[in-house]
Design a protein around this ligand. Sequence first.
Ligand SMILES: Cc1cc2nc3c(=O)[nH]c(=O)nc-3n(C[C@H](O)[C@H](O)[C@H](O)COP(=O)(O)OP(=O)(O)OC[C@H]3O[C@@H](n4cnc5c(N)ncnc54)[C@H](O)[C@@H]3O)c2cc1C
Length: 352
Amino acid sequence: MTEAGAIWRDQLTADERAALGRGHGSIPEPHPDILIVGGGIMGVAAAAACHEAGIGSVLLIETGRLGTGATGGATGLLIPEPHQWSDPEPLVDLERASLERWRELEQRLPGGVGLVEIDWIGLAPHPGGFAAHQPPAVEWLAPGQVEQLIPGLARSMEGALIRRQARINPLRAVTRLAAALPAVATGVAATGVTIRGDRLVLSIPSDRVKGHLLVTEPTSVRLPGIVAPIATQIEDGRLLAGGTFDIGDEDPAVQPDVIESIMDGLVVALPVLKGLGIAYQWCCFRPRHPDRRPVIDRVPGLDNAWLTSGHFRTGILNAPATAAVLARWISDSQPPAEPGTWSATRFSRPAG
Ligand SMILES: Cc1cc2nc3c(=O)[nH]c(=O)nc-3n(C[C@H](O)[C@H](O)[C@H](O)COP(=O)(O)OP(=O)(O)OC[C@H]3O[C@@H](n4cnc5c(N)ncnc54)[C@H](O)[C@@H]3O)c2cc1C
């Protein structure tokens, strides 16, 4: 991931930036009760949930700096309701529950997690395009209403408005969650696992989908929130655009032609943006399982190890709810309501 190119790091204070690589606390003796491997959003959220549940001493280890992986390059949108058009119901339920948890964390953690409440508007180039699957939270906008909200649109379009979604700087959220932990070690990799008894056989198919993003220089053009598929209004009058799905591109480098096509798309939609500069450009990889649902499970064959993976395009959103599921499972031996939906072995089961 080319997180160095993302805007998120520059939005942090110098102390928060340093905290991503510094670690803190001391390693519990003789060993931690809970060891969390991986300091992306899932790891820090899971560690925070376990610590809060009072399960025992918690140590988080991260091979590089916190947020080095997909987390530091994500768009940071927390938008469960629009996902009703694309995600299966159990996933949307998890997303909704998780947005509520993000809101609780915003209230509860010192300084909050940097959550910004924001409206989402989906533009429908084909009139009535969304109507067949209209979720209850949606307000349908006629072209005149869309024009009032987004002056300067090149094409007259209907729209779907969903209020009170959210966005977050993923790295700020990581620093705020990590600050609440007793012990964080960065630059420390898990290099092996010793199993007592049977051999561990764990095979979960996965791939990754690259995405490019850009942030513009500040502009006087104001969008009324997240305008899909054009851009999201962020701090300092900047626009955040992209989130491409570059299937098959395994090159970790930013492809200038993809960035150019994102910027071209912005200008085609809003011609007034012609000539606006690009301040940040980056790419990263979404972790994905074949059915696009995450794994949230106890490691098959073991009774003291759990894993979560493959959160694809909603891992930032889903981190607090996933963490809560894991913490409850670990502390109270209580698996999630529909364990099969998230199981690590579902890929090896015969279909049907
Ligand atoms: C372009 C793009 C846009 C996205 N937009 C959104 C969005 O708007 N909203 C949303 O909710 N999600 C979004 N996502 C998805 C989201 O970024 C991911 O689902 C999420 O970040 C996954 O988090 P994670 O903690 O599981 O993985 P990661 O962030 O990859 O973290 C895993 C960590 O584990 C560490 N690690 C690996 N191996 C070891 C080891 N052996 N020992 C110690 N540490 C180790 C890595 O260094 C890494 O830091 C987007 C993703 C992309 C690529």
